[in-house]
Design a protein around this ligand. Structure first.
Ligand SMILES: NC(=O)c1ccc[n+]([C@@H]2O[C@H](COP(=O)([O-])OP(=O)(O)OC[C@H]3O[C@@H](n4cnc5c(N)ncnc54)[C@H](OP(=O)(O)O)[C@@H]3O)[C@@H](O)[C@H]2O)c1
Length: 338
């Protein structure tokens, strides 16, 4: 089978397509024919050498994928050949709260990931995907979908009618938009592009703000919430946005700290948290149980993850470059069946 491999920091051009001979299955292992892979900002960080991984050998990149079970080891009970499955970002975090052991490895970071025609995983790492979702759609859920799920439904206490602030129109934010609207939340979303904001409105966003033309967007968030502030922020911006996110949040509101598309440095004045009794909570994707809940939520609510553009397997580097350009809205996906 063919698989891409990349050495941490080798840049996008360092992605190499290789022929790989697969080992026989262990008793609890499952071999999956990968049908679709979605890209995350983290895959760019791995290529750039900006992701904290502990391996110095090339790995198969990408955490997110979906496919069909081809073969199972002698002791496998969780899935069977023909099942449609997706893999969980952390193969050892099955449920409950995370601990060191549960997050010790992640697909496409420290261990081989999904950008391959076939992958072999322990049966515990897999979940069945609902019939309502195609492989291309299901492949978007393990990182971006679960992260947004965790931030909205596990790590905050928002209720229908509460307001959530989303930053930019990338994978996590658009997943957050779709789930928040399906859960009856009011959504304020920012973007650098009026066209993207128009698309966000079509998906149900209640308020939109262009953070390029309105650099003090936190003041606008306060204005659009009658001076109250939002109940939850999915903070994906990092050093360039986190202080404004704090200033956008209501008393006892939650800042779900997720990412740093503008960088991971910066300083925080403790008073900005203390004086509003605000909560900051770090989000690290989520468990297999959260992946099951996320997939079930999309299927049950009849919503489809927003796929921006699909690239064939042979054009994986172009897919990475498209993500890197920031031109996308929602998820960038690679189709392994093309
Ligand atoms: N902690 C976790 O578990 C976890 C999980 C997933 C992702 N993340 C992190 O979350 C971040 C987003 O990931 P992603 O995969 O959703 O990325 P993505 O799809 O590449 O989206 C990036 C988007 O961020 C927006 N953006 C860029 N600069 C911005 C700024 N200064 N202010 C506001 N928005 C800005 C842009 O939206 P517009 O084009 O609309 O301006 C851009 O398209 C990354 O830092 C990633 O590492 C963390």
């Amino acid at each position: 089978m063919k698989a891409y491999r990349i050495l941490h920091g080798a840049k996008i051009d360092g992605l190499q397509l290789k022929d790989i001979v697969e080992a026989p299955l262990d008793p609890y292992e499952v071999r999956v024919a990968v049908k679709a892979v979605s890209l995350n900002y983290r895959d760019l960080m791995v290529a750039e050498g900006a992701y904290p991984v502990k391996v110095d050998r090339p790995v198969i990149p990408c955490s997110d994928g979906a496919g069909e079970v081809m073969a199972v080891g002698s002791m496998v009970t969780r899935v069977q050949p023909g099942d449609r499955v997706a893999a969980s970002f952390f193969p050892h975090w099955l449920e409950g709260q995370p601990d060191q052991a549960k997050i010790r490895s992640s697909l496409g970071g420290d261990t081989d990931g999904m950008l391959a025609q076939s992958i072999t995983l322990h049966e515990d790492a897999l979940v069945r995907i609902p019939d309502q979702l195609s492989y291309l759609e299901a492949a978007t859920l393990p990182c971006a979908g679960v992260t947004a799920w965790n931030a909205i439904f596990e790590s905050s206490s928002v209720q229908p009618g509460d307001t959530v602030l989303l930053l930019g129109t990338g994978g996590v934010s658009i997943m957050g938009l779709q789930m928040a609207k399906a859960a009856g939340l009011r959504v304020i979303i920012t973007s650098s592009s009026d066209d993207k904001l128009e698309r966000a409105r079509a998906l149900g966003a209640d308020e939109t703000i262009n953070y390029r033309t309105v650099p003090e967007w936190h003041e606008e968030v306060q204005r659009r919430t009658d001076g109250k502030g939002v109940d939850l922020v999915l903070e994906v911006g990092g050093e360039g946005t986190i202080l404004r996110s704090l200033a956008s949040t209501t008393v006892e509101g939650t800042i779900a700290v997720i990412g740093g598309v503008s960088g991971f440095d910066g300083e925080l004045n403790p008073f900005s948290l203390v004086t509003g009794a605000k909560r900051m909570v770090g989000i690290f994707v989520g468990s297999r149980a959260m992946l099951e809940q996320t997939a079930g939520f999309f299927a049950g609510a009849g919503i489809k993850p927003v796929v921006d553009r699909v690239f064939p397997f042979a054009e994986a580097k172009e897919a990475y470059r498209h993500l890197q350009s920031g031109a996308h809205f929602g998820k960038v996906v690679i189709d392994l069946t093309e």
